[in-house]
Write a protein that binds this ligand. Structure first.
Ligand code: FAD
Ligand code: EGU
Length: 451
């Protein structure tokens, strides 16, 4: 058995050959973590090297990065470069009412913010960071088509030639996204659970271009929201002073917007203030240039097969985007996996088992919260009782910032395990009537807040 020398306090630990399937956000970060510990890492990605592409097809152009994602980037030395330097801080939401008026609701104290980061920038930077390790080897245009995960054997099909290649590794890490091929192979095993749910809403991305003087067309340091019940729009700022606007709407409603006239009438009715910002012509051409994409939520488990295979990120727990936590949770997977491997001195079997059993309830918790938020936003945004509850929540938080933590605060600004965030919320719901449990809660809470 080969052992590790000269890497991050891992000297003498076994050196493993790791194959990471999927070079998206989570796969590339995971490659950095394994490389940092001195292992031999092979990263297999279906697409070509995105750094050489002019246009990258696929999902959401920018994302909201919060505390959990940042902590994971920090441990491989990338937080400063990717977040502090490139990210655009958003200190509050800005709500756009139907009449065009706006109001802002801060995320927390003055300096508390989330960051808008470009997916492509993040992915390219992570690839470059991974490749800087001499022990990382990237293989592009390689599609995993089958695997014997118990044996660590994988079959890749080269794109576009369809040439077949067999590969072996001691550990296969599936970071190949919501429609994971590694997961498909895994779920053939007995005692593996799997469920997926599509929501009736799809999403489509639009763009608010920069003003002619090169500045943002709306106040820059906000996450802009147009809540309209069954329809919703969200906008996040980009570095080039444009905005990526995401429209969420049921597929059947998308279907009704089949002419430029109907589209413009719809926007003028529901998002009148956004029309001049996007521009009527651009709205029409961008809208009809692509089809709305579906949103899927996946729960499965366990995440490992013995000591030879593991799934992380969306492959393990794809969620609807209504908490802005998918990537954050995937990045947190990387950090927690590294910690558990270190704890077990890279005795992979027990480490994977512990990761899977401890992470699964938390991953399912955030998947559930995101789905719950979807339902809540769709059905309740305009209902009085809901708005009052939110106001009371903020008021209590401002009066007792250390005691009364709204749910989104523990999710977005703390390291509290997601399942604990739900318990915290359940406690609050109860406290509206009793003061019970307060002591337990305080003790639990203290452990998870770090600055
Ligand atoms: P992916 O990013 O999907 O990467 C998977 C990679 O695997 C891809 O590169 C793919 O090409 C490759 N691959 C797939 N199959 C194979 C195969 N067979 N062989 C080889 N390679 C393969 N999260 C946030 O934290 N904040 C947000 O604000 C946010 N907003 C979102 C908005 C929308 C509209 C959506 C849809 C999601 C959003 N998310 C957000 C979630 C976030 O996009 C995902 O959680 C994140 O991309 C997961 O990363 P991943 O690496 O696990 O998967
Ligand atoms: C959806 C799509 C606002 C990016 C949930 C908030 C999201 C994001 C919210 C997308 C919302 C919704 C939270 C953050 C974030 C809010 C959050 C959602 C980023 C409860 C690019 N959500 N998102 N909650 O609090 O905790 O601002 O596409 F509209 S960031 Cl749906 Cl904090």
């Amino acid at each position: 058995m080969e052992t590790i020398t000269g890497a991050n306090g891992c000297d003498g630990f076994p050196k493993i050959k790791v194959a990471i399937v999927g070079g998206g956000l989570v796969g590339t970060l995971s490659a950095c973590y394994f490389a940092k510990r001195g292992h031999e890492v092979h990263l297999y990605e279906l697409r070509p090297d995105i750094r050489e592409l002019e246009h990258v097809p696929g999902r959401s152009i920018n994302l909201a990065l919060s505390v959990r994602g940042r902590a994971a980037l920090k441990e491989v030395g990338l937080e400063e470069q990717l977040v502090q330097r490139h990210g655009i801080p958003m200190y509050a939401r800005m709500i756009h009412e139907l009449d065009g008026s706006t109001r802002s609701i801060p995320y927390g104290k003055k300096d508390q913010c989330i960051y808008s980061v470009g997916r492509r920038f993040l992915n390219e930077s992570l690839l470059t960071a991974a490749e800087k390790y001499p022990n990382v080897h990237c293989h592009f245009n390689q599609k995993l088509v089958s695997a014997n995960l118990k044996q660590g054997q994988m079959t890749f099909e080269r794109q576009p030639s369809k040439e077949i290649e067999q590969v072996e590794a001691q550990l296969v890490v599936g970071a190949d996204g919501a429609f994971s091929s590694v997961r498909k192979q895994m779920m053939k095993q007995p005692l593996c659970d799997f469920s997926q749910t599509y929501i009736p809403h799809g999403y489509l991305e639009l763009c608010i271009p920069a003003l002619s003087d090169g500045t943002h067309a709306m106040p820059k340091n906000y996450l802009h929201i147009w809540p309209r019940g069954r329809f919703m729009m969200i906008a996040l700022p980009n570095q080039d002073a444009s905005w990526t606007v995401t429209l969420f709407m049921p597929f059947d409603e998308f279907g009704k917007l089949d002419t430029p006239q109907r589209l413009l009438a719809f926007f003028k009715e529901h998002f009148p203030d956004a029309v001049p910002l996007i521009g009527e012509e651009k709205l029409v051409s961008d809208f009809f240039a692509c089809k709305p994409s579906p949103l899927v939520s996946v729960k499965c488990g366990p995440y490992n097969i013995g000591d030879t295979a593991l799934i992380i990120g969306d492959a393990a727990h794809a969620m609807v985007p209504f908490y802005g936590q998918g990537m954050n949770a995937g990045f947190e997977d990387c950090r927690l996996l590294d910690a558990v491997l270190l704890k077990h001195k890279f005795d992979v079997g027990p480490a994977l088992k512990e990761f899977s059993t401890t992470r699964r309830p938390d991953a399912e918790a955030i998947c559930g919260l995101a789905m719950y938020n979807y339902v809540e936003m769709r059905d309740l945004v305009n209902r009085k009782s809901f708005l009052i509850r939110k106001k009371v929540d903020s008021l209590l938080h401002s009066l007792m910032p250390n005691l009364w933590i709204p749910l989104y605060t523990s999710v977005t600004f703390s390291h509290m395990p997601y399942a604990q965030c739900i318990k915290n919320k359940e406690w609050q719901d109860k406290v509206r009537h009793t003061k019970q449990n307060q002591h337990d809660y305080l003790i639990n809470k203290r452990q998870f807040y770090r600055s």
